[in-house]
Design a protein. Structure first.
Length: 319
């Protein structure tokens, strides 16, 4: 099925929109320009900012936003353009603004990352932005803690092909391969990764994100976004995307999640068995008796044959 083109929803009054999520009634957005405080903007469906959730923490470079079913927000403070950070951070923010900061470390050096996913068990997955090779997927090796850094482990890699979808800041083939955001449906059955130009939808039939990201995704073009980094799902499966720049629109692809749902199992009805002639109980008994008595019949027949041969030989000798 060919996905429908994105439709403009409303313009955003944010210069550097980097993360987006939705509860169906409100939109939650974060900028990667923090000015010393983590601020999450809460917008109506018209993109007008109604309030701001301010968390008392100073992030380095927030690049994505995720929401769990209970309304908890996760801000992915994982941007590292210059590969200078010894740790990166995840901020768990309640609707009231209470925050917990968790620091994590990569096992294989420093990475720039702009995409965050939270699975059904509440485990975060960070997807890196790799200019060369595949995007790498990491998750914590132990429960997150606020007082110590927790090591990450690589659990998957995602290779995206170059596309001809127009857009992106680099105006080249790299725009269509760099992962700049991620999102999950409310029930966790579909996840999305986006680049500057396209979204990729992965079904998650068993809740295993690492396994899902190794599968074949459905591509949804998001053309003509100058620096598309934000992506989200509405609860009804509509895919939302947005780019940086004041006045740029949030756009919607209706029914996108259904494009990645695995097909329902087909039930094959076995062909009808041809009618067989019915056998009466007496016939069955007689047939069984005949099979059971065949060794006796064979023995008697053999004795008769031997006797006939002996008689024949005696007659020939007398002649």
């Amino acid at each position: 099925m060919i996905p429908p083109p994105p439709v403009d929803v409303c313009p955003v009054a944010m210069q550097e929109l980097s993360g987006l999520t939705s509860d169906g009634k409100q939109l939650f957005a974060v900028s990667d320009s923090d000015n010393g405080t983590l601020r999450i903007q809460v917008m109506g469906r018209d993109c007008v900012i109604n309030r701001t959730i301010t968390a008392p923490v100073d992030p380095f470079d927030v690049e994505d936003l995720a929401m769990t079913p209970d309304g908890t927000l996760w801000a992915s403070d994982t941007g590292d353009n210059n590969k200078s950070r010894s740790t990166v951070a995840l901020h768990k923010v309640s609707p009231s603004g209470a925050v917990e900061r968790f620091r994590v470390t990569y096992p294989d050096g420093k990475h720039d990352a702009e995409a965050l996913l939270i699975d059904k068990a509440g485990i975060p997955y960070i997807v890196t932005k790799e200019p060369i090779g595949s995007a790498l997927v990491y998750r914590p090796t132990a429960p997150l803690q606020t007082d110590i850094s927790v090591p990450l482990e690589q659990v998957a890699r995602v290779t995206l092909s170059t596309t001809d979808t127009p857009g992106g800041p680099l105006e080249g083939t790299l725009d269509s391969r760099l992962v700049t955001g991620a999102a999950s449906t409310a029930d966790g059955s579909v996840i999305a990764l986006r680049t500057y130009t396209d979204a990729y939808l992965f079904p998650v039939p068993d809740g295993d994100l690492a396994k899902a990201l190794s599968g074949d995704p459905v591509r949804v073009p998001l053309p003509n976004e100058s620096q598309g980094e934000a992506i989200a799902f509405d609860p009804d499966g509509t895919l939302l995307s947005a780019s940086e720049g004041v006045g740029t629109p949030i756009r919607a692809v209706a029914g996108a999640a259904a494009l990645a749902q695995p097909p329902a199992p087909t039930t094959t009805t076995p062909p009808p068995v041809a009618d067989q002639p019915q056998t009466s109980p007496q016939e069955s008994s007689d047939r069984a008796s005949s099979w059971q008595n065949w060794p006796l019949a064979l023995t008697l027949g053999g004795l008769v044959l031997v006797a006939a041969l002996v008689i024949g030989l005696r007659l020939r000798r007398r002649a």
